[in-house]
Design a protein around this ligand. Sequence first.
Ligand SMILES: [Zn+2]
Ligand SMILES: [Zn+2]
Length: 357
Amino acid sequence: MVALASSLVGRCAARLAQLDRALASEARGHRFDSCIARHHPHPFRGSAFCGMLETPRRSERAKFVEHRLMNVTFWGVRGSIPTPDSDHMRWGGNTSCLEVSVPGEPPLILDCGTGIRRLGQRIASAGASRVDILLSHVHIDHVVGLPFFAPLHQPDVNVTVTVPAFSDEEASEKITRYLNGTLHPLRLDDMNCKLVIAGMRPGQPFKRAGFEVIACALNHPGGSLAYRIERGGRSFCYVTDTAPLAAYGEGVAAGKAMSAAEERVSAFLQDADFVVFDTMFSEAEYVERMTWGHAYPEYAAALCAASGVKTLCLFHHLPSADDTRMDALSKHWQEAPGPMRVVVAREGETVEVGSES
Ligand SMILES: [Zn+2]
Ligand SMILES: [Zn+2]
């Protein structure tokens, strides 16, 4: 925290208290869940992270002395369940897993969907001594690949898994629900690496794998965290899983004033070079499934465009969306007007953050 005080995310965090005081005054103490629940039928009141939408407001660009490439590689782009179907292969069938990397240095991994298995094979064969993983949340499609991650079974490798939780003990408990010998034959204690499970709350900046990181709570059953990751003056946001942050027909996607929750996420996304956003549904599908905790492209585009995002990447694709539907989605957004580029996440592709603008 002290070491980050002069960095961008450090200054963002320092503004949290000021922003929170202002919002508390405006909203007279309304929590995030109560703000949403007044007009939005989402049963998220039990979420540990409702009420913790601690997002920095950002208006300055960072002045970094370091200028190195930041790459994002998609190892899994599918939402909810793997889709190893022949008509899904061109866009990818593995569930959420991204690698954020700077050439020649250990990567930062986002989520442990089934895509992490192949990434683990590559990291293990490269002889890495340290691996950092951030989890957005612990829904099964985001953690199912964890025990298949080869570095976890290498005695000399240090692996840190950072989990949204109030404490390290709660973080371990969340992982143990899966790795307990019942849902999976291995237990957490069976992992041979030097494993650390760390709890992390949104709004508190931290460093992982040389990146500066800050998290922001989203709108998803059980809670989910977005991550903003910066290095060398380049900024990347990973925003999954989340439903819209305003009631349907209200907020930025309806051309109206942002909800309080949208304002906070918009501040979190402000001027980001590259944003990966949950757009599992079409707008019509979202209207039919508002309580499922996922958004749609038009919503992500409206929020990101209003936040000065340079490139939006559609992500967490619907299991039933075959290659034909994905081709059409990509073509539609390629032709969309406006200064913000919109692309579609495809398994196996690498994007150089900041190169698109
Ligand atoms: Zn998911
Ligand atoms: Zn989820």
